[in-house]
Design a protein around this ligand. Sequence first.
Ligand SMILES: [Zn+2]
Length: 446
Amino acid sequence: MTDFSVEANRFQTPDASTLQAGRVVIAVAGGEIIAVAPADTAAAAELRTQSPDHIDLGPDTVLIPGLIDLHIHAPQWQQLGTALDLPVQDWLQTYTFPLEARFTDTAMAEVVYRDLVATLLAHGTTTAVYFASVHEPATVVLAETCAAAGQRAFVGRVAMDHPEATPDWYRDADAATGVLASARSIDAVRAIDAGRGLVEPIITPRFLPACTDQLLSGLGELAETTGTLVQTHCSESDWHHAHALERFGTTDTSALDRFGLLRNRTVLAHGNHITDADIALIADRGAVIGHCPVSNAYFANAVLPVPELLAAGARVGLGTDIGAGVRPGVLQQCHEAVTMSRLRRDGVHAGLSSTERGAPTAAIDTTTAFWLATAGGAEALDLALGVLEPGYRFDAVAIDLDHRHGVIRRHTDLDDDERLFEKVVRLAQTSDIERVWVDGRTVHHR
Ligand SMILES: [Zn+2]
């Protein structure tokens, strides 16, 4: 039995090089898409009449799959747009650890997280993968906030205990304490949304420099025994990459594997300095690179080789990396992923000859970037999301092509579907986002 149907111009990218566009009727029941038909067919007419609630979005709106953000630091929300002047190791000590340490205050966490989650939904972020802070209560607050707002989310208590890379006022007391806290946090997050299953826990060692060997192996065992997803940072910067080589005599990726943390669907933020062998290992394990292009421009010292990763069969999605990533919306990251790939293709040092300067096959286009933000990210996490097709959950974003405060302009004599798609990906702002659904439920309405 249909709950409702939506009629709209649908844009989606079922694979990294295919844009599908066209007017369809989508029938939804229990949060799942049960039928889709082209709008001018008899099947569509039947879906319209069968549905107790038919929503016609009209000719001036497009419907896209919900956007998936693979990397967000919730307690860095108040820092967005600032603190971008230091390398990552100094940025953590100077700005970020003091800010995150404030989340011992759960009342403050409630206010900040409510604003964060509502803002991300207004940007069309229907699935979010969050780092919380080391605090168990504030981690629960974040998970409860996502559940209440109806956002699909993975929420992880950050584990970190290394006395050299973390301050004594913001870390787990020792490895055993950290593993126990993470284990309790898994249970607490699982208990919040057991009925709907939108919010899940994720084991979150911050990154190798912040964790002792004992903590890393304890969390690897916890992942194995509980089957919980893992996220961390990987080979983000020259400093981070060198740390792994010096401490473990191998790369970040391979060290994570030794600790049992490089698992199916492990989300590795960044990965800019991974080697060819790392790419093969990531693909083999089914781990996922969360590509955060804007953050990378400030902190990574390199551009991620996205085409090489995809060619090797590695899973990749996009992340904002709030608060380092400056832009809170995933569409903005799509645009920047294309931009950074073009800089990598051409190179940036005019003193070198054009043949030495760049990486000729490095560029991606808006279709690939949008796929990373939708179907690619969903496939990476094994979620039935990312396209608006039968059997998938109805997570979707309606975008107004005609909003007076927006900058999308249509020129009917010029604009075909490809051009409109590019305009949506590059130009859509929150003012253009009219309505957002997660699991068939409206979670934002302009
Ligand atoms: Zn991060």
